[in-house]
Design a protein around this ligand. Structure first.
Ligand code: BEZ
Length: 248
């Protein structure tokens, strides 16, 4: 299996910090009561629900059925679909996204759809993996791939742009970029690196079949000297790209 599969339960256990770290980008969004806001890649809806406490009406958009079901269980409205083909037209005051856009490999299609979904003057505020994100983790997977003769593309199926590159994507979609920045964010992993890899990169290890566990041990041993501290705590080398842009 080379496809990413999402489990709401496993994400909640091993990656809850993702929505908990969304406060900074939520401040950039600054939702206002009465606004209609689309949350792309809303996941299980934890952050979407927080944002709705502002009095704005949040609409979730999510591809993974398990996540969409969890978000609906919170009472949220959620559209299921592929964000490369957003079906909205001039109906949102703002579009928001946290920790999702790096999974979408045609950023221009996504940005064009976001621009179309916004009312004139509407804003787009997002945070996701930026240039250099999880660089050590990806490099360790690539190294293991080389000596185990695996498919290196499975080590990094993500889009981690620099601010300049992403600003160009947004400008082509008809946005004026107000602010855009990279934020290095070493992130403690409460359940460890093996759990992070199993939530986010299982397809990489599955390619080795019965050698799966040995490949995992190799990746962990390459990462240990830099990402595991003296007390056994793991940290992921996250780098965020945060952006605010306005539809012209
Ligand atoms: C991130 O949030 O940066 C991320 C999450 C999973 C895989 C890769 C990156």
């Amino acid at each position: 299996m080379t496809q990413q599969v999402w489990s709401s339960e496993s994400y909640d256990r091993n990656a809850r910090f993702v929505s908990e770290l969304g406060d900074g980008v939520a401040e950039w969004l600054a939702p206002v009561a009465g606004e209609r806001i689309l949350d792309i890649g809303c996941g299980d809806g934890a952050l979407t629900e927080e944002l709705s406490k502002s009095g704005a009406t949040l609409v979730g958009f999510e591809q993974a059925p398990d996540f969409a079901a969890s978000a609906r269980a919170r009472g949220l409205t959620v559209h299921e679909g592929d964000a490369h083909k957003l079906p909205f037209s001039a109906e949102f005051d703002a579009v928001f996204s946290n920790a999702a856009l790096h999974w979408m490999l045609d950023p221009q299609a996504v940005a064009d759809g976001i621009a179309k979904a916004l009312k004139p003057g509407g804003r787009f505020v997002a945070e996701f993996g930026g240039h250099g994100n999880v660089a050590a983790i990806v490099t360790a997977m690539r190294a293991v791939c080389r000596y185990r003769q695996g498919d290196e593309a499975l080590a990094c199926p993500w889009y981690f742009p620099s601010p300049d590159a992403y600003a160009r994507v947004l400008e082509r979609a008809g946005f004026a970029v107000r602010r855009i920045t990279l934020i290095p964010r070493p992130t403690p992993l409460p359940t460890g690196m093996a759990a992070w890899l199993s939530v986010f990169r299982q397809p990489f290890f599955d390619q080795f079949g019965e050698g799966r566990e040995d490949a995992l041990a190799d990746v962990l041993s390459l990462l240990e000297p830099n990402l595991k501290d003296d007390d056994g705590r793991w940290t992921a080398d996250y780098v965020r790209l945060r952006v605010e842009a306005h539809k012209k």
